[in-house]
Design a protein around this ligand. Structure first.
Ligand code: UD1
Ligand code: CA
Length: 455
């Protein structure tokens, strides 16, 4: 069965009060439209078309690398008119699935259930019971409970308005049938729009059954019209992510205070996550990992038995088995820590590899460096990697001890087993072993007079 999915995304979204087209607003750092797209890609044998209009080029450019047919609806004359724009790409034998670009949390199983109810004699309509149906099209049924038609809120009488089963807008039908009905749409209604919902009555009149299907939860079919609804759906989404983490064996101090804006390539057992932790992009996390409060982990690999202490930022970095990072540490892109490395408070590491068992415990900047194993970097050490124009590397070989407050002016190599005296500025390569220091001689002036305050 070939499925043609049409995602309606031409509406303006006035109530967002935004310069950005509505479908580009984000949930978990992905646009509403991407959520719908990602869900549709999970439907087999499916070709995806987006009907765009408002902010058209922006919408198109944002998803230009994806496999999408783009069809423009120049004027927004209604949902039926939107679907008419795609008529030429619909074949009679196709099953056409209509999704909304601003309904981001619809689940694949729901779509699959809907599609199973479609053939030449049947179409399917996703409906839901709402406590407050205001604003939605109402589902009108006969005494046998068969669906007869949909009445829009603005065209409904009082009795119809009291109906709580509503149209989600999501539906599926055979292409041949749909094209026949699209040709008959008119705009003689309260909004003078071409309503897609009018096809329901046409289907019934031409002897096609309209099968209603329901989602598991009404949250799946909620649309975004304003920022409040956007934030509500963000929380619904995050609650689901937290559930998935806990099902996978992760302990969350508070499921309401962890945000997943991406995916896990792998997730070990007995990970423990404190409050206000954010995961972004694609992460890999091993077994027995502890993640402290207020930490952000983006596109990183964290091996087994790692502790990330509170208030740390781990960005495109690798943390080796048994390492400890933070509190208040920042690992920037291409920071690569081997096993049992310690990175302490107020330490920044960028584009550097640090081998087994080395420690940078306090107030240091390590950039463009290669650090061997068993190295101890004293507090306040800076790799001076940048001369204002170019960047240079610092190499620190195995078992070096760097005294506190040392500046290493790159390019420079500190030989194996060397000790560097505290407060040194190292500008030349140092030999292996021994002590290297550069320090002005200490003097004491006995007759020194303390200054006195001016009158
Ligand atoms: C529509 C349904 C209503 C249903 C509700 C569910 C119709 C006539 N009514 O109403 O029964 O309860 O959705 O949310 O279909 N769009 C376009 N081009 C247009 C008009 C709309 O692409 O010319 C897109 C919008 O971007 C949006 C979707 O279609 O994604 C729905 O449009 P909207 O104006 O929100 O429809 P409603 O009036 O809410
Ligand atoms: Ca709507």
């Amino acid at each position: 069965m070939a499925v043609k999915t049409l995602i309606l995304a031409a509406g303006q979204g006035t109530r967002m009060r935004s310069a950005l087209p509505k479908v580009l607003h984000k949930i978990a750092n992905r646009s509403l439209l991407e959520h719908v797209y990602d869900t549709s890609t999970q439907i087999e044998n499916n070709e995806i078309t987006v009907i765009y209009g408002h902010g058209g080029e922006l919408v198109k450019n944002s998803l230009s690398e994806l496999n999408i047919n783009w069809v423009q609806q120049k004027e927004q004359l209604g949902t039926g008119h939107a679907v008419q724009q795609a008529e030429s790409i619909i074949n009679d034998k196709d099953t056409v699935l209509i999704l909304y670009g601003d309904v981001p949390l619809l689940e694949v199983v729901t779509i699959e259930g809907l599609l199973r109810k479609v053939d030449e004699e049947n179409m399917a309509l996703l409906t839901v019971q709402l406590d407050d149906p205001t604003g939605y099209g109402r589902i009108i049924r006969n005494e046998n409970n068969d669906v007869l038609k949909i009445i829009e809120q603005k065209d409904a009488n009082e009795a119809e308005k009291s109906i709580t089963e509503v149209n989600t807008g999501i539906l599926a039908a055979k292409g041949g049938n749909l094209k026949k009905w699209l040709a008959q749409l008119d705009n003689s209604n309260a909004q003078q729009e071409f309503y897609l919902t009018d096809i329901i009555e046409m289907a019934v009149k031409s002897g096609i059954n309209v099968n209603a299907h329901n989602p598991k939860s009404s949250d799946e079919v909620l649309g975004v019209n304003n920022r409040k609804q956007l934030s509500y759906l963000e929380r619904v989404y995050q609650e689901k992510q937290a559930d998935k983490l806990m099902e996978a064996g992760v302990t969350l101090s508070d499921p309401a205070r962890v945000d997943c804006r991406g995916v896990f390539k792998s997730l070990g057992q007995d990970i423990s996550v404190d409050i206000n932790v954010i995961f972004e992009g694609t992460n890999q996390i091993g077994n027995n990992v502890i993640i402290g409060a207020n930490t952000t982990i983006s596109n990183s690999i964290i091996a087994d038995n790692v502790q990330i202490l509170a208030n740390s930022i781990i960005d495109n970095a690798t943390v080796g088995e048994g390492s400890r990072v933070g509190p208040f540490a920042r690992l920037r892109p291409q920071a690569e820590l081997a096993e049992n490395v310690h990175i302490g408070n107020f330490v920044e590491v960028k584009k550097s590899t640090i081998a087994k068992g080395s420690k940078v415990n306090h107030l240091s900047y390590i950039g463009d460096a290669t650090i061997g194993s068993g190295v101890n970097i004293g507090a306040g050490t800076i790799t001076c990697n940048y001369d204002g124009v170019n960047k240079f590397r610092t190499v620190i070989e195995d078992n070096v001890f760097i005294g506190s407050d040392t500046q290493l002016i790159a390019p420079v190599t500190v030989g194996k087993n060397t000790t560097i005296g505290a407060g040194s500025t190292i500008t030349k390569d140092t030999p292996e072993g021994g002590l290297t220091l550069s320090r002005a001689k200490q003097i004491s002036l006995k007759n020194w007079q303390k200054p006195v305050k001016n009158k």
